[in-house]
Design a protein around this ligand. Structure first.
Ligand SMILES: Nc1ncnc2c1ncn2[C@@H]1O[C@H](COP(=O)(O)OP(=O)(O)OP(=O)(O)O)[C@@H](O)[C@H]1O
Length: 251
């Protein structure tokens, strides 16, 4: 689909990912071959380390994909990272003034979220929930696309309800493992895996039970085992201890 044909519908923002993959340095692939059209509300789910924050950073333009492309990213993108910088010395008021100067006002969002902290306190001294409200206030000043990493984290119930309402009719990609947005399109990330091929495999049952093993598929006298990257070294060591012979390891 060309840029002109992008399905904006009633939502302002739209962004498209084409065959996106990401690895850090020479590490294992965190994401691979991911294509996605974002219009309206999209929730990312997946276990720890499955690549949700990585994908959000790519959508926000904070980091580049290793392969593939992000196209049609709109000009005005608001981003709340998983960890908001904790060492900002500016007061809440000065910080929001600074962000307003960059892309518009945002004090109203603080009110809707029920911010009770001091506007003159340095950001670094705010509670977790109040910091999150300020982070959301600066992001919501963006008009087109919101990229929110666990935005409900630390929010009280009233603020969570308000945030759900504020997200209606916005285009947003949100990592949320608590199910606050049941009507959103869900994209589930399983994370990249390491494939270990064994020419001879024994103790397949024991291999299946190891942490991080996603699947064990017998192949002749051997097996193909898919393992989460963080566990591949221990699985490999355990398989060798069980007497398996390794043919190849691919990430
Ligand atoms: N800057 C980095 N350098 C190297 N590896 C990284 C970096 N950032 C993330 N990773 C690795 O990428 C993988 C995915 O991490 P990411 O934070 O995207 O996952 P996540 O799904 O958001 O996890 P969680 O639910 O625990 O927050 C992990 O194995 C992580 O260690």
């Amino acid at each position: 689909m060309s840029r002109r044909e992008a399905p904006r519908g009633r939502y302002l923002g739209f962004v498209r990912l084409l065959g996106v993959g990401k690895r850090y340095g020479r590490g294992p692939w965190v994401l691979r071959d991911l294509s996605l059209d974002v219009s309206g509300l999209v929730v990312l789910t997946g276990g720890n380390g499955s690549g949700k924050s990585t994908l959000l950073r790519i959508v926000a333009g904070v980091t580049c994909p290793t392969e593939g492309r992000v196209v049609d990213r709109p000009a005005s993108v608001g981003y709340v990272p998983e960890r908001f910088p904790s060492d900002v010395r500016m007061s809440v008021r000065d910080y929001l003034r600074h962000m307003s100067a960059i892309r518009g006002a945002s004090g109203e969002v603080l009110e809707r979220l029920g911010f009770r902290g001091s506007m003159t306190a340095p950001m670094a001294t705010l509670s977790k929930g109040n910091t999150q409200k300020v982070a959301l206030a600066q992001a919501f000043a963006a008009t087109d696309l919101l990229v929110l990493d666990e935005p409900f984290s630390g929010l009280d119930t009233a603020a969570s309800v308000a945030l759900v309402e504020m997200l209606a009719e916005r285009t947003a990609v949100v990592a949320d493992h608590e199910g606050h947005l049941p009507s959103a399109q869900v994209v589930s990330l399983s994370g990249a895996h390491v494939t270990i091929e064994f020419s001879r495999a024994s103790g397949l049952g024991e291999l299946s039970d190891l942490d991080g093993v996603r699947s064990v598929e017998p192949r002749g006298t051997g097996a193909r085992v898919l393992v989460e990257p963080a566990h591949s070294d221990t699985v490999l060591a355990e398989a060798l201890r069980l007497g398996c012979s390794v043919r190849s390891v691919r990430s």
